[in-house]
Design a protein around this ligand. Sequence first.
Ligand code: PNS
Length: 172
Amino acid sequence: MSATPRIAVCPGSFDPMTMGHVDIIERAARLFDRVVVAVLVNAEKAPLFSFDERVAIIREVFAGQPNVEVETFQGLLVDYARQKQASVIIRGLRAVSDFEYEFQMALMNRHLAPPIETIFMMPAEQYTYISSRLIREVFSLGGQIDGLVPPVVEARLMARRKARPLPNARTT
Ligand code: PNS
C-alpha cells in the first residue's frame, strides 16, 4: 500500500445495483486502496429499494472485499468526496449516450473541486446495455432479470413478486 492511501468514491443511486455496477466497483477495487460506494439519498418518490436496503444489498455483494465500503451521502458529491479524503470519483461509461451527461458532471465537479479527478471506467461488454432504469421497468412488467443483477437483488425482487404478484400474472 502507498504511504497515502488512494481512495476513490463510486457514487450512484444503485436502485437497484446491477452487474454493471458490480463490474465497475470490482475494477476500481483493484486500482485503489479503498473504494467508497456512495449511495445518493434523494427524494425519489417511488424507489424500488429504500436506502437502507440498497446499502445492505451492496454490503452483502462486497462482503468478501475488505477495501470496498458502503455509505449513503447527500448534498454535493465533491463535499462528500473531500470528507472521505478521496482524490478520485469513479463513474462507469457504457456507451456514447452516457457521455454527455457524464462529461457535464465531471467538469462541474472539477469546477467545484479541482483536485478531485473523475475517472471513467468501462464495464465488461455483456453489461453495456444494462441500466437500473431498465431493470426496474423489466421487473415491474414481469420480465426475467437473472444474470443482470447480483443474486441478492434478484432474490429480494423475486420474494417481492411472490408476495405481490403482478395483476396480469398467469396463474397456470
Ligand atoms: O446513478 P446515478 O443516478 O447516475 O448517480 C448520479 C450521481 C449520484 C452521481 C449524481 O446525481 C450526484 O453526484 N449527485 C449529488 C449532487 C451533486 O453533487 N450534484 C452536482 C453534480 S455535477
